[in-house]
Structures are given as C-alpha cells and as structure tokens.
Design a protein around this ligand. Structure first.
Ligand SMILES: Cc1cc2nc3c(=O)[nH]c(=O)nc-3n(C[C@H](O)[C@H](O)[C@H](O)COP(=O)(O)OP(=O)(O)OC[C@H]3O[C@@H](n4cnc5c(N)ncnc54)[C@H](O)[C@@H]3O)c2cc1C
Length: 368
C-alpha cells in the first residue's frame, strides 16, 4: 500500500514492452535507446513539479500569462492530497475531506470562482463554522476538483522528477522514466521535505538561511482507513464527525456526504497514533482504528484498505506563501507548507509562485 517514488513503468511503456516479441541485437537496443532519448527530450518555459492544488493553480496562472508549461507528477492521477479512491461500488475521499474558501489572506486567488461546478457546499461539523468561510466538498469527489483545474493543462503523470541541474541559465530535469525536460524556470510543489531531498540528491546548493527555513517546515503523518460497510453507519447527516479524544481525528460517511453509491467510511488517525503505528503492521493498526470507531459504524465491515500519508498537513509552516531558491535560472518552492491555510492556502501559494516566476523571466517572443 505504501509507495515511495514510482518504480512502475508508465502504462504506455508497459504496452511498448508487451508488443516486443523477438529479442533485439545490441545495435538495435542502442539505436532504440538513442531514438527514445531524442524523442523524450522536451523543452518548456516553466516546469511545474506536482499536480496538486498548488501546482495546478501555478500552471494555470503561467498559461494565462502566455508561458508554455509542463506539469509532471509521480502519481497515477492529478490531485495529490485531493485524493479519492474507488473500491468495488464504494467511493472514498481519503486525503482532504473538504476545504474552506473565503480567507481574506488568499482572496487574490479567487479559488471559489475557479472551481465552478467541481464543488458543492458541505459543512461536516457546524462547530467548525468560522465567520466568512465557506465549506466545500469536491464533485463528484475530491479528485474531481483537481481534474477540473487540470483541464487544458499539459500534465505528465507517472513522471517522478529525480534530478535537477542547471545548464547555461536553464534547468535540466530528469524523470524516473528517462525523460529530460529543459526549462527556463521550475516550481517545486511537493511537500517540502520531498523537494529538499530532490534538491540535495541533485547537488543543488541552497543558501544556508533558506535551507534553515525549509528544514523548519514539518508535516504530521496520517494513517487512513477506508472501510466498506454492510449497512448504513450511525454518523448523522451530513456525514462528517470531528473527534477530540481517542486515536481518531475524524470519521466521514462517504455515502451521506454524497460521493459514494454504497455505505463507506473514511477514518483519519491522530498524528500521535499515526507516528506511533507508522512502521507497525497496517492491518493491525486498522483494526485498532475500526474498534475505536465501532460506536459510529453501526454495521459490519465488509472490507477495508489502509493508506499512510507521510506528509498529511504541515505542523510547522513558513509564513511566506512561497520562497525563491534561485533567480537565475528561477526556482520557486510552493505548496501548503507556505502561508498555511490548507487547500486554499496551497492555491494561493501556487499563484504567488507563478507571479514570482513571471517577475524573474521575460516572455518568449511570439511568432507573428
Ligand atoms: C488526511 C488529510 C486531511 C486533510 N484535511 C484537510 C482539510 O480538512 N482542509 C484543508 O484545507 N486541507 C486538508 N488537507 C491538506 C490538503 O489536502 C493540502 O493542504 C493540499 O491538498 C496540498 O496541496 P499541494 O499542492 O501543496 O500538495 P500535494 O497535494 O501534496 O501535491 C504535491 C504533488 O507533488 C507530487 N510529487 C511529489 N514528489 C514528486 C516528484 N519527485 N516528481 C513529481 N511529482 C512529485 C505528488 O505526487 C503530489 O501530487 C488534508 C490532507 C490530508 C492528507
């Protein structure tokens, strides 16, 4: 269930290998490799790493400003932590369950307007009501928000970035599936420890003060159980509970929430439980969490899956909405580790990073 990096080949690569019936000679292999390297070299104005909220908003801002943009994500779908999963007839949101808009600090991004029909009102817990904030869920589920934002954006999935180096005022990125992408500027939106690991593995030197700030950004872990139930749960409408004691922070009934065709609940464990049980047997941990939720389940469990979010929500953030690590060539770090207002904050961070990159780079001359 846990997946770090993505060692699987892209689906199109699998198909290419599948049709190969006869062994190739060494010369043919070398020729094919050369052809593949050539055909996989790309060039773009801005490379955005990560197709979550921050990356997709950054990409749409840059496109709107007339830049060419390539977005790469190591995952199989867009959204990052705006994540949904289908198991048999059930649909689960297993990352963020919902989010708010209306924070005056993020108003320049206009997130609510950008999302159109990809969201519906959903207030899981009236106690969470905050003056001026509007609560949303995704339509048809949380990943639908990201799919809506990704319309018209060139996103390459199953394309994990592994190294980044400079060459004559450009960034040269290499991906796990052997592609090389040259870009005038790069925006990194993975959780900050992952971006730092990438920069360190690439030998990119960071000013000590910047490294200190990036090192300070920390995230909580979250063990998540997705359980299909034999009947309706005891969770009251509209399907979301926030808990303040025990090993769970929330229980959500995905059917009551309006995203699942059958009874299905998502359980989120506390940061403390998740840390303590991270390296233990996931099935045993899931049984402990299901037992803690038993009063609210009200029906037998048909089946369950567990997901571990190594970086769920930031516990310590940087106060700035994004940081520029380099201006020549430009490199910005963005995402929910900056600014810190959840999904809306990640969107604002992406928008701010795009503005910073536009400020550092001149638009390429357009053909007339
Ligand atoms: C369990 C849980 C509950 C949450 N609850 C809430 C909530 O109630 N309200 C709220 O506002 N927010 C909530 N959040 C947080 C919210 O989901 C995030 O703040 C937001 O989605 C972060 O977006 P992002 O773009 O910054 O990062 P991400 O969504 O993490 O996107 C980063 C992307 O980078 C990709 N990536 C990483 N490394 C590489 C690489 N080397 N190459 C290519 N791609 C790479 C990843 O695959 C990912 O898609 C929750 C999150 C979780 C996990």
């Amino acid at each position: 269930m846990r997946r770090v990096g993505n060692p699987r080949p892209a689906r199109n690569e699998v198909r290419r290998h599948d049709v190969q019936s006869r062994p190739l000679t060494t010369g043919q292999v070398k020729g094919n490799l050369r052809a593949r390297m050539d055909s996989t070299e790309q060039s773009t104005d801005v490379l955005v790493v990560g197709a979550g909220m921050a990356g997709l908003i950054a990409a749409s801002e840059l496109l709107r400003a007339g830049r060419s943009v390539t977005v790469v994500d190591k995952g199989r779908g867009v959204g990052g932590r705006l994540a949904s999963r289908r198991i048999e007839g059930a649909t689960f949101d297993h990352g963020a369950q919902g989010f708010t808009t209306g924070d005056s600090r993020c108003s320049p991004v206009g997130l609510q307007k950008r999302l159109g029909g990809a969201v519906a009102h959903w207030m899981p817990d009236p106690a969470m009501r905050t003056e001026g904030l509007v609560h949303w869920r995704g339509v048809p589920c949380m990943s639908g928000v990201a799919k809506h934002l990704a319309l018209g954006i060139h996103v390459q999935l199953e394309t994990g970035l592994v190294t980044l180096r400079t060459d004559a005022h450009r960034w040269i990125a290499t991906t796990l599936n052997g592609r090389t992408i040259a870009a005038q500027a790069v925006i990194l939106t993975p959780p900050v420890p992952q971006s730092l690991a990438l920069l360190d593995a690439s030998g990119v030197a960071l000013p000590p003060a910047l490294r200190h700030r990036l090192n300070a950004i920390e995230y909580d872990r979250c063990l998540t159980v997705m359980a299909r139930l034999e009947g309706p749960s005891r969770i009251p409408p509209p399907g979301g509970l926030t808990l303040t004691s025990g090993p769970l922070t929330s229980i959500t009934d995905n059917q009551l929430k309006g995203i699942s065709g059958e009874s299905a609940v998502t359980l989120h464990a506390t940061p403390e439980f998740s840390l303590e049980h991270w390296d233990r047997d996931r099935t045993e941990s899931a049984h402990l969490l299901l037992a803690a939720a038993a009063d609210w389940l009200g029906a037998g469990v048909r089946s369950f899956q567990v997901h571990g979010w190594r970086f769920s929500r930031p516990r310590v953030l940087d106060p700035e909405p994004c940081l520029l690590a380099s201006t020549l060539p430009p490199l910005a770090l963005a995402g929910d580790g900056f600014g810190g207002f959840g999904v809306e904050g990640a969107a604002f961070s992406g928008m701010t990073a795009a503005t910073a990159i536009l400020g550092c780079t001149a638009a390429a001359p357009r053909a007339v």
